[in-house]
Structure formats: C-alpha cells, structure tokens
Design a protein around this ligand. Structure first.
Ligand code: 9MR
Length: 473
C-alpha cells in the first residue's frame, strides 16, 4: 500500500528524533527530512559490500540519516534470489528489508525480469517456451510473494529495449525464448503476487528525448498499449546514468527531455521515478571544484523534475560514496554526491538547498488530475499544508532562529551573528542552490559579502548544524 506522506513524515520524525520534529526550526536538516516535507522519496542503493559487513559504520549512518528509500545493488536480482532452480535465497534481501523497517524506509525491489544476472540454469531452457514461462512465473510468484507488503515497488521488467533504433532487446533469454509477451505476463504475475505493490518498467537512456527514434518514444508507445490493455503498470523507472555534459562528446540526454517523458506518462496516469542516478566524469580527467559545482546543478535539475511534476515522487542515486561505485566499469568517475571519504560534495549541498527552498505551485492540488487514482499516485504528494512550516514569508521575516543543537543565528544587515558554535563553517547558497559564500573558523560573527536577495545559510560546527533562509536587505 502506498504510504501517505504526512503520516510517513510524522512516523519518520518520530523514528529519527524520538519526538515529532516538524517545525521549521528543526536543526540538522537532512535530505531525508526535507524530502519528507516535500512529499517525495530520496534514496540510494545499499551497496553490495554492505551486506557482507564490509563498509565502515559511517556509511550506514549517512545512509539511514539522509535517505528514506532503499534498493539493493544486486541482492534481489534473479541470480541472487534463485541461484538454483526452485531454491530461493532471501537472506540478503531480508537483511535489507529489516534495515529499512528499523529505519522507517521504503523498499524498492530490483529486478524481476532482466536479461542480465540470470543464473546459468535458466539458459538450459532457452528453446522451451512453456518451461521458460513457468520458470519466470514461479520466480515472480515466490520472490514477490515472499516480500508481499514489505517491498513497496518492483522493477518488474528491466532494460528490455535495445539501444539503437529502439526495438525490443534481442539478446535476452526471456525475449528469445518467450517473445515480447514475457513483459506483459511478468506484470500480470507480479500484480497477482502483491496487488498493493507499485510495478515499474525500468531502463536507461530514457532522458534522450521522447521521439520514435529514442528509447523513451518507443517505451511510451508500449506503455500506452499496456495501459489500454489493462496490464498493471504503475511507473516507469528512468535509471539516468548520465555523464557530465562537458566531457561527454555524444551527450544527448537532458533533464528537460526526461521531464517531457514525465508529462507524457502523466496523461496515462503512470508515474516517473528516477531510479539509478549518477552523473559521472570521464575516468582519468582532472575534476575541478567548478566541475563538481556544475555536477551539483545537474543533480539539482533532475531533482526539480521529481519536485515539480505531480506524477514523479522518487529520486534514487546508484550509490552513496564515489569510493564504492560501479562507474569505473563504465569508464566514469566521481558520479555520486559523497566523496571517497564520505564527505558531502557540492552536489549534496545543491540538493539540500533545493529541497529547503522548493515552493510547490499554489494551484497544483486544484489542477492536477493525475492525483485522483490513489493506487498509483499519492494524493497527498504536493499537500501544501506540509510545506507551510517552511513557507517563504514566514522564514524571510525570521532574523533569529535557533535549533535544538543550540546554534543560534541572528542577521543584522550583512552581518551574521552566531552563538552556540565555537568555530563554525558558514556556507551561503542562492535560491538555485549555487554556493555564493563560504567562511571557515567563524567565531561569533561573519560579514556576508553577498548582494541583496534571498539565500540559504548553513552554519556547521562539528556535528551540529543549522540551515536557515535569510534575506539580505
Ligand atoms: O551496480 C551493479 C553492479 O554491482 C553489478 O556488477 C552490475 C551487473 O550487471 O549491475 C549493477 O547495477 C546495474 C543495475 O542492476 C541495472 N542498471 C545498471 C546498473 C549499473 O550497471
């Protein structure tokens, strides 16, 4: 069952802070707490190394503090869950579900019918259509059935479209052995196994334009057909593995293209989710500070789709830290929002600030027809009452604010007075999330050398921090 966000917000506030902290004065704002205020899910995979206990405790701390949705990097795939015919292994998946439950997180399941990471035994039946149908159905019945009510959404079919001249991908045991109807069947079986789960088609290169020559255009035609035929598809997952615009000479994808897809899907009452985002640079190049800031802006532009499009609700990144990332295999580097030392990168700041200052359009609830179907779309997603506590008007007028962590700030002209911090780091961002000012070792006060306008200021001292809007007049 889809979780309604105000309840989710309260539940998670309780889980996180012991008591519901819902006022605009909550200190230590996280991607997660701000995502919840905005009624969206923000998440990252649990890397495979986590399952074997091979990651530092700081990794898990960051993960559960910053994210409210989780997906396993490899542990719910076919080869992991049914390594031998009819013998299922749910150990790692159960471990993740338990972690998610303990930390109030939503679980995504990835992936049921995919050409990759299929165990060898399946290929023994590649010329036996009836047997392959039974194999796929049995797998879906068991895996979805095992996590019924615990895995909220599934990638039922993954990467079934080929890259060039879009058509179905030929090299797939499911396609070759069964034909394209394996897709329709997989959705029907998954729905029967858990009628409350959201069911997605997931693929990459969907940010490359909605036209018949691009994957998204081909997919859209299939989604129309599935919807017309009553196939239970509720969402399209856009993996969104993209490269930084300046180093990818063949760059043809863009946030605007993905937004177009979201708008087309809205007409069909189907959601768009960003499911595997990373924005890498070519391996081997020197990545500068300004490169990282530009990367942050691209992360933010993709977030805008999720914040602004009524049928978009999920922003999932394919990894936490650059240290543990699959991107090397793709000849890319530094594509995530934490660096090798689990320190937040400029991309993290861009996301945090954008989540902080996002104002939903006032008339969204009145005009959005896609929110009518509660089985697919969360009707409370853009509930402006949730956002009122961080509304612009109220925060502009607040010159003095304090957080439970006891940092207090007061603005006098261009001077920010700080109490409760021995030696603070002060960062100021414009309303697009771009860093405009930074100072270290601030004791007592700092002169903000920035023009008049609205900004977000963040004051950090050790693990205590305060993030506030300010108006320089
Ligand atoms: O990150 C995953 C990596 O550890 C695996 O080796 C790889 C094998 O196919 O799969 C990676 O995850 C992929 C995901 O399941 C589907 N979309 C592309 C992801 C990155 O390759």
């Amino acid at each position: 069952m889809k979780i309604k966000h105000p309840i989710l917000g309260i539940a998670l506030s309780v889980a996180l802070f012991g008591v519901g902290v819902t006022s605009s004065f909550a200190a230590d704002e996280t991607l997660r707490s701000l995502a919840e205020k905005n009624g969206i899910y923000i998440g990252a995979i649990l890397n495979s190394q986590w399952f074997g206990g091979g990651l530092p405790s700081q990794y898990e701390q960051v993960h559960k503090t910053q994210f409210n949705i989780v997906v396993a990097e490899n542990e719910m795939k076919f080869d992991a869950t049914e390594p031998q015919e009819g013998r299922f292994n749910y150990n790692n998946g159960d471990k993740m579900v338990k972690y998610a439950q303990q930390n109030g997180m939503r679980v995504r399941g990835h992936a049921l019918a995919w050409h990759s990471q299929v165990p060898n035994w399946v290929n023994n039946y590649k010329n036996d259509k009836q047997k392959l149908l039974k194999v796929l159905k049995n797998h879906i019945d068991n895996v979805v059935g095992h996590w019924k009510g615990k895995v909220a959404e599934w990638d039922v079919v993954n990467e079934a479209i080929s890259n060039n001249e879009p058509q179905w991908r030929g090299y797939s045991v499911w396609y070759q052995g069964i034909g394209p109807e394996f897709i329709d069947s997989a959705f029907v079986w998954a729905h029967a196994a858990d009628p409350d789960a959201e069911l997605c088609y997931n693929d990459y290169n969907l940010e490359q334009g909605v036209n018949p020559k691009a994957k998204a255009g081909f997919l859209l035609e299939q989604v129309k057909r599935w919807v017309a035929n009553g196939i239970p598809i509720h969402c399209v997952g856009s993996q969104t593995h993209v490269e930084d615009t300046t180093t990818d000479k063949h760059f043809i994808g863009s946030p605007d293209s993905l937004r177009s897809l979201a708008k087309e899907l809205a007409k069909l009452n189907v959601k768009l989710k960003i499911t595997e985002l990373d924005i890498g640079f070519k391996s081997g190049i020197n990545v500068s500070k300004s490169d990282l800031e530009r990367q942050g802006q691209t992360f933010r532009q993709y977030l805008d789709i999720i914040l602004e499009e009524p049928n978009a609700d999920t922003y999932l990144i394919w990894g936490v830290s650059d240290k543990w990332s699959w991107l090397g295999g793709l000849n890319r580097q530094k594509g995530l929002i934490y660096d090798d030392n689990l320190k937040p990168k400029p991309a993290f700041d861009s996301l945090l600030v954008r989540l902080q200052n996002f104002e939903p359009p006032q008339d969204t609830a009145a005009t959005d027809t896609t929110k009518q179907d509660t089985t697919v779309t969360d009707t409370t997603k853009k509930d402006t009452t949730v956002k009122d506590t961080v509304g612009l008007d109220s925060t502009i007028s607040i010159a003095r604010s304090a957080g439970p962590g006891s940092i207090t700030t007061q603005l006098s002209g261009h001077t920010l007075l700080i109490t409760g911090a021995k030696s603070a780091i002060v960062d100021v961002f414009d309303m697009q999330g771009r860093p405009v000012f930074s100072a270290k070792n601030v004791k007592g006060s700092v002169d903000l050398k920035i023009p008049e306008g609205l900004y977000v200021v963040r004051v950090r001292d050790g693990s205590t921090n305060l993030t506030r809007r300010i108006a320089i007049k």
